[in-house]
Design a protein around this ligand. Structure first.
Ligand code: NI
Length: 138
């Protein structure tokens, strides 16, 4: 962990009141942790837009009986071996599968992977959780 730096912030009192209420609901016990997380969230957005090395997770729900989806999603994933570091397949019920794909590397590749999977006919939901390798966010 890097050295701690202290600084004062001047904000309208009603904004601070709303912030305290919000972070209280979210379970934060200090403003420092909550503000640090907001800053990290912005830094992660920059990592994703500037094309550095990112980490994240693609989640996808589909019916494996439909449209040869089990095969099609596998074919796409084989084309993205440079960004996929792990895949987990969970059989939710008789029809529905949940796939969790951990990614690390190029943000453009991760987005391309999501787009490729999400656009397949029969994929019910696919989303990308944009996170960080942790190296650039303190
Ligand atoms: Ni399944």
């Amino acid at each position: 962990m890097s050295e701690i730096s202290r600084f004062g912030i001047s904000l309208p009192a009603d904004l601070v009141g709303k912030f305290d209420k919000l972070i209280g609901k979210k379970g934060y016990t200090t403003r420092s942790k909550a503000i640090g997380d907001l800053i990290r969230q912005e830094l992660i957005k920059v990592e994703w837009t500037e094309g550095g090395e990112i980490a994240g997770v693609v989640t996808m729900i589909y019916d494996h009986h439909k449209n040869d989806l089990l095969n099609k999603t596998t074919v796409i994933q084989h084309d993205f071996q440079d960004v996929i570091i792990s895949t987990q397949h969970i059989h939710l019920d008789h029809h529905n599968c949940l796939e969790i794909i951990a990614v690390k590397g190029s943000p453009d590749k991760a987005q391309e992977l999501l787009d490729g999977l999400r656009s397949l006919k029969g994929v019910k939901h696919a989303t990308l959780s944009m996170s960080s390798t942790g190296k650039e966010v303190g």
